[in-house]
Design a protein around this ligand. Sequence first.
Ligand code: HEC
Length: 107
Amino acid sequence: MRDFAPTKRGFVLLLCLLLLPALTGADEGTARRLINAQGCKGCHSLEGSGGNRGPALDGVGRRLTADQIERQLLNPKARNPDSIMPRMTHLSAENLKALVDFLSSRK
Ligand code: HEC
């Protein structure tokens, strides 16, 4: 039973390594689904597909902080009073976070 503890630790570590990408992947999937379902691509392009009424979302994480991205989603008119972008205040906190996390990681 002496080597039980290290084995258990190894098992927990392995489990974390396996779960971490799965969890991040789930959030990214949510964000990508929202981007399609909320019509973002009617105005924005991402990875080569979508419209050009707004700036491409590729690299947005380099241009804006997570806070600025969240503000743009919740109140586009704060930055540009003539903005044509619809506010995303109807999204749940989890969905909003998934979107902000995903967009901030577009570097
Ligand atoms: C009707 C067109 C339209 C739709 C739909 C739209 N946007 Fe926008 N978005 C814009 C425009 C135009 C801008 C440029 C700033 C402004 O005028 O508000 C913008 C700016 C942004 C920015 C800041 C980009 C930058 O580089 O400064 C982000 C992030 C963004 N939109 C995300 C989204 C997401 C995510 C969705 C879907 C949930 C979405 N937008 C839906 C038109 C739109």
